[in-house]
Ligand binder design. Structure first.
Ligand code: Z5A
Length: 201
């Protein structure tokens, strides 16, 4: 969810991985490639009006380049990839928030990714108002500027996805940064202890 602390936590996880001797590839979506950053600028431009399906297709166009240019080469080189957002955001925002049929979003997403799904998605759960209040930026972009009800639908979709899928971990994002980090690391470490060794946070 927006302002939930994703960038903060991904930085902390990357630092801890480096301490453990693993240099991860850290990236974000939409973006992470030249074309993806250009698509991001269009998708988030608050002066543009986009239909939900156009918004979805922009996200997927960016994702297709992202998988081909960044993620697959990194995985083939044996690297660990941490990404700030990926397919779950399309399921929650375009499926939940924009009310596009989730099965269609999932199928089109498969076309864009070639079926490459993350080993684990971590959802940081915060109250919508808390997340929005945390955002330090001045002007809201096109999606941030949506009404509260839209963001509540997104949050509800994330929680539903977390409850129904074993490859999604829901972490309480409301506490202090270090406490949230301990919970994020535990979610990773309990599933992949070789990559994310247990640590005393
Ligand atoms: N989108 C989509 O619709 N469909 C898709 O498929 C994809 C994306 C991939 C991308 O925005 C937008 O694209 C997003 C969804 C859509 N739109 N929205 N809304 P983004 O990911 O670039 O931006 P964002 O989601 O709005 O994230 P953000 O503002 O960068 O927030 P964040 O990364 O989650 O939080 P942060 O930068 O780590 O922290 C925000 C502030 O809170 C900062 O000052 C921190 O120091 C502070 N913070 C962080 N953690 C804490 C705790 N625990 N306590 C107190 N303060 C904290």
């Amino acid at each position: 969810m927006e302002g939930a602390g994703k960038s903060t936590q991904i930085r902390l996880v990357a630092d801890a991985l480096k301490e453990a001797g693993i240099k991860p590839v850290v990236t974000r979506e939409p973006g992470g490639t030249r074309s993806g950053e250009a698509i991001r600028a269009v998708a988030l431009d608050r002066d543009l009006q986009l239909e939900p399906v156009a918004e979805l297709l922009l996200m997927l166009a960016a994702r297709s380049a992202f998988v081909r240019e960044v993620v697959r080469p990194a995985l083939e080189a044996g690297r660990t990839v941490l990404t700030d957002r990926y397919e779950l955001s399309s399921f929650a925002y375009q499926g939940g928030g924009r009310r596009l049929p989730l099965d269609v979003v999932i199928e089109l997403n498969k076309l864009a990714t070639g079926g490459l799904s993350p080993d684990l998605s971590v959802v940081l759960d915060v109250d919508v108002d808390q997340g929005r209040a945390r955002q330090a930026r001045g002007t809201a972009d096109r999606i941030e500027g949506e009404e509260g009800a839209f963001h509540e639908r997104v949050a509800a979709a994330y929680r539903e996805l977390a409850h129904s899928r074993p490859d999604v971990a829901l972490v309480d994002g409301r506490g202090e940064i270090e406490r949230v980090f301990a919970a994020v690391w535990e979610a990773l470490s309990s599933r992949f202890p070789e990559t994310f060794p247990p640590r005393r946070c």
